[in-house]
Design a protein around this ligand. Structure first.
Ligand code: ADP
Ligand code: MG
Length: 716
């Protein structure tokens, strides 16, 4: 028997040597695996990729339930023989049902499948079949099941390939056209031809021992064909030794790569030499329009400590929406400018850039510093003028969007970089901005509270400061979930709010697939509100597709209070600060993620008044949506909301995977496997701290370097 390598392309596999697997299957399999593994960046699928198509569940077929032993509501597999089968139409012929009754020695069951009439060719009288699903006791006392998974049995096949029965078996999700049984044969064949020389152990022996992990080859074998020595439930919960081992390894490479990145940065020589003293302290104090909270004072100290220290700063400033991060960043920028360096502040939207620039210009109006705003929508001539003033050093603080990392931008002496709402940017963009200075101090800020596990991976290379205190006088926003029938009442409430001299936001979701329709809905809504519902008030509309000057005008009207109502898409999610607005209505709230709702809600409650957030949800809310929205009613704690959001939607969705530079884990799950993540992090830290000089260390670094997936983690 020839041994295989995991890197062997699937096309080279002689799959036709497997019983019942035809020649064409290899190609089909290769295509399906490739599409599955890496749709964005196609390459030839390998055996390694195939092995990562993990069972979706496991069945213990050594001990199958008999019909006589079924319990109502139970999920179980039974082995039966088909007696009667047939197809009939229901609902005026719109749906076709295939029904069969089948037996074992202890009883009879009834199974139906919706719209799968082709089954009549397969499940004919006398066929032996395994059925899996949830069993319910039906009308005549028989157990019944709808759309069960099925797997055909034949004695003849059993002779050739005795891996489908009388043992623990993996059940796979269909891969292209290839179904579980065939996949099982293929996996078995492949695993038989892999040995310890092809699936080499990569982790150091002491790490394996300390964490009680099983070997790598063993793990791959068992994850597909469970060993008998741990309960099958552990496999089904992805907690078997095989799962633990592979999850640990997956986390390990990532946190190791992140750790290396952090260390590399700290060793790079720092360009800017920043000093503090009475003069600087006075300059910093002068920009303060209010008394800072003690949390603000503390984080500023942490930041300035980094800036004046020997290593370049890489700090994450976390603070819930409205906690007052901006002023801290500006004070830090002043410290850098006082030492003669330029500062840059990058933000994700033009609206926010504009707002920051207006604030900063006001705060620094008595200082000698020149502050400018750079955005993509400026004229070419204006941009050129700014480029020149930046490279000559005339501009001290440059605020802007992605435009800051365009080709033309060259700083004379960039010493300090702030990235606001970091979660909207990728790791790569952070890297890009850093390159523009000579290893400047970097402060990234985010209001999306980052669950611990994410903080360790995506942001694992950053030191963290937290503002855990709100400016005085803030009352938590009162949040209510309402449905369509409350609309009239809500409008009345908005009217009263406006009568009291306050302003309101009405937010529309913009879902990419239906962006045009949504935009239309928002536009029509603004129209209706201003002509029919609130004819006496001024309504402005803001959305991302508007021209810059239109957006500016609308924002300006709202900020100065000449417009009482702003209808907006989620462009206002980040940063927008109009303290007089204290009611927000969010339409189709069920379409937003929790973190996003939290961000949006953070736009109100910035003045001293009690603020309200009304979540309007469609009537057809699912129970999941209801549960989600209820969390918004219950708490204003951003961390709790983020944890919940991550639990419900997964970290990728929650953070916007690509934007956040979050790798897709193949097996690991940042929510479920937090303990393993922490263990992997401990080991990686230990290696970096104590084992740098060893061979083992260089070997591990080589492995990380070779994996494109972790390259992202090691730059930036
Ligand atoms: P975020 O952390 O969400 O970026 P901002 O920096 O926009 O929050 O601050 C939110 C609001 O709170 C702003 O209007 C800001 O002027 C105000 N603010 C910040 N710090 C204080 C403080 N210590 N006292 C009073 N108001 C403050
Ligand atoms: Mg902000």
């Amino acid at each position: 028997m020839t041994m295989l390598k995991p890197s062997t392309s699937l096309v080279e596999l002689h799959l036709h040597e497997i019983p019942r697997v035809a020649m064409k299957t290899a190609q089909k399999l290769a295509a399906a695996v490739a599409a599955n593994v890496n749709a964005a960046n196609p390459r030839a699928a390998t055996i390694g990729d195939l092995l990562h198509h993990l069972p979706m569940r496991y069945e213990d077929r050594s001990n199958l339930t008999k019909i006589g032993g079924l319990k109502n509501g139970e999920y179980a597999t039974i082995e039966v023989e088909v007696r009667v089968a047939g197809t009939y139409a229901v609902k005026g012929g719109k749906l076709r049902i295939f029904e069969c009754s089948a037996v074992d020695r202890t009883g009879q069951i009834r199974a139906i499948w919706w719209n799968q009439a082709y089954l009549q060719k397969t499940l004919t009288r006398g066929t032996r079949v395994l059925l899996y699903g949830q069993w319910k006791r039906g009308r005549r006392g028989f157990f019944e099941i709808e759309n069960p998974d099925y797997e055909l049995l034949s004695d003849e096949e059993e002779q050739i390939d005795p891996i489908h029965r009388a043992r623990r078996v993996p059940v796979y999700r269909k891969l292209g056209e290839i179904r579980t049984k065939q996949l099982r044969s293929i996996m078995y064949y492949v695993l038989e031809r892999l040995d310890a020389s092809s699936i080499k152990e990569l982790l150091p022996a002491d790490i394996i021992a300390r964490n009680g992990l099983i070997g790598r080859l063993e793990a791959y074998r068992q994850i597909h064909f469970p060993a008998e020595d741990s309960p099958i439930e552990m496999y089904n919960q992805m907690r078997s030794p095989a799962h633990q081992r592979l999850i640990f390894e997956e986390f390990f490479w990532l946190v190791f790569a992140v750790g290396l990145r952090k260390q590399g940065r700290e060793e790079a020589p720092k360009g800017a030499i920043i000093k503090t003293g009475d003069r600087v302290r006075e300059a910093v104090r002068r920009v303060l329009p209010f008394k800072p909270t003690s949390a603000q004072k503390r984080v500023l100290r942490e930041i300035v400590n980094d800036m004046t220290g020997p290593k370049p700063m890489n700090r994450l400033l976390q603070g819930d929406v409205g906690s007052g991060k901006t002023i801290v960043a500006i004070q830090a920028a002043v410290v850098a400018m006082e030492s003669g360096y330029q500062a840059a502040m990058m933000v994700p939207t033009e609206i926010l850039a504009e707002q920051h620039s207006r604030n900063v210009k006001r705060l620094l109006s008595k200082s000698p510093y020149r502050v400018e705003l750079l955005m993509g929508s400026l004229s070419a001539a204006k941009k050129r003028e700014l480029y020149e003033a930046v490279s000559s050093g005339e501009i001290n603080l440059l605020i802007g969007t992605h435009a800051l990392i365009q080709e033309g931008v060259r700083f004379q002496k960039l010493g300090f970089v702030v990235i606001d709402e970091q979660h909207r940017f990728g790791v790569l963009q952070r890297a890009e901005l850093m390159k523009r200075g000579y290893n400047p101090d970097v402060l990234v800020m985010t209001a999306t509270p980052i669950p611990r596990s994410l903080a360790m991976t995506v942001y694992g290379d950053l030191d963290v400061s937290i503002i855990d205190e709100m400016p005085p006088g803030r009352k938590p926003v009162i949040t209510k979930v309402r449905s369509e029938d409350a609309r009239a009442k809500i409008y009345k409430f908005l009217e009263q709010t406006i009568q009291k001299g306050r302003q309101v936001y009405i937010v529309y979701p913009l879902v990419e697939e239906s962006e045009k329709l949504d935009l239309m809905a928002a536009t029509q809504m603004a129209e209706r509100l201003s002509t029919e519902i609130f004819p006496g008030h001024r309504v402005v509309l803001v959305h991302g597709k508007m021209k810059q000057d239109e957006k500016d005008r609308a924002m300006e009207e709202f900020r100065t209070g000449s417009a009482e109502i702003m209808v907006a898409t989620t462009v206002i999610e980040v940063g927008v600060d109009v303290p007089n607005a204290n009611v927000m209505v969010i339409e189709h709230a069920e379409r937003f993620g929790l973190s996003q709702l939290h961000q949006l809600r953070g736009r109100v409650g910035r003045g001293g008044e009690q603020a309200y957030c009304i979540l309007l949800a469609g009537d057809k809310r699912t129970s999941e949506a209801r549960e989600r929205l209820a969390i918004m009613e219950e708490t204003t704690d951003g961390f709790r909301i983020a944890e919940k959001d991550m639990e419900i939607r997964g970290p990728g969705e929650m953070m916007g995977t690509r934007q956040a530079g979050l790798p897709d884990f193949r097996i690991g799950n940042l929510v479920r496997d937090q303990t393993l993540l922490e263990a992997a992090k401990r080991e990686a830290d230990l290696l970096i701290k104590e084992k740098q000089e060893t061979h083992e260390f260089s070997r591990l670094v080589e492995i990380v370097k070779k994996q494109p997936k972790y390259r992202l983690a090691s730059i930036g």
